[in-house]
Design a protein around this ligand. Structure first.
Ligand SMILES: O=C(O)CCC(=O)C(=O)O
Ligand SMILES: [Fe+2]
Length: 234
């Protein structure tokens, strides 16, 4: 299917599905409005087989630090975690604010080879945003489609390492994993208004750079059990 109607931009929705599965992300373009982003999110959801998505505007005014690297919705269990999410740009920050994507497969393979004691590590994740929610994930997950891949969120008070490797303390564990993730940097996405960055949450880890000024993104989580704001017709 070829989708038209987003200015001069055209894309093949089959390519979008392949790109996001194989490469882990794809950037599309639309107008920088809630309505245009919702329309594109619906088309993409239809093509990728999603049943619904939830849309939230994430608006900020300056941030002096990184948003820590994470797998989206990691406080949900493996079967409920969003497979795909997208960020649509309403307003890009004047300075900084890039979203970085890291290849969780590359990080997992590197860790498994160089620090095999992390293979048994599990981390329990809770969330201030969703009190009561918690899920325990193996740090290195054997995904039926993608093989060894990282499920991860950097050190936070809502993380609990279930079994710290005896040879390393918790701080060293996080330092080691953070470094492996940074070494798997795949994309530094500098935003343009109207960008729609679709991300494979089963393979990619993401983070956000510090920034100055105002910045607004629409976050669409597909098949999110907590937000099914928009149902996608079949
Ligand atoms: O602002 C960004 O670039 C990413 C935001 C994000 O990761 C989130 O809200 O989960
Ligand atoms: Fe996120």
């Amino acid at each position: 299917m070829l989708a038209n109607g987003f200015g001069a931009w055209q894309f093949d929705l089959k390519d979008v599905c392949d790109e996001v599965r194989v490469r882990g992300y794809v950037n599309l373009r639309t107008d920088a409005s809630d309505a245009a982003i919702a329309e594109l999110a619906t088309l993409v959801g239809h093509a990728t087989g999603a049943r619904s998505f939830g849309m939230v505007t994430v608006r900020g005014n300056g941030a002096g630090s990184w948003l820590p690297m994470h797998t989206e919705s990691i406080s949900l269990g493996e079967s409920d975690m969003n497979e795909l999410f997208a960020l649509g740009c309403l307003e890009s920050a004047p300075v900084g604010g890039a979203t970085c994507l890291y290849d969780g497969r590359r990080a997992a393979h590197a860790l498994a080879a160089s620090v095999p004691e992390v293979l048994g590590v599990q981390i329990r994740y809770r969330s201030h945003a969703y009190p009561g929610e918690e899920a325990t994930h193996p740090l290195i997950c054997d995904d039926p489609e993608y093989g060894l891949v990282l499920r991860y969120r950097s050190q936070l008070d809502t993380n609990t390492v279930v079994n710290v490797p005896s040879a390393m303390g918790e701080d060293e564990l996080y330092r080691t994993v953070d470094e492996a993730v940074r070494n798997a940097l795949t994309l530094t996405h500098r935003w343009r208004e109207g960008d729609f960055l679709l991300v494979n949450n089963r393979t990619m880890i993401h983070a956000r750079e510090p920034y100055d000024g105002s910045r607004a993104l629409v976050r669409c989580r597909y098949d999110d059990p907590r937000h099914r704001t928009i149902e996608i017709g079949r």
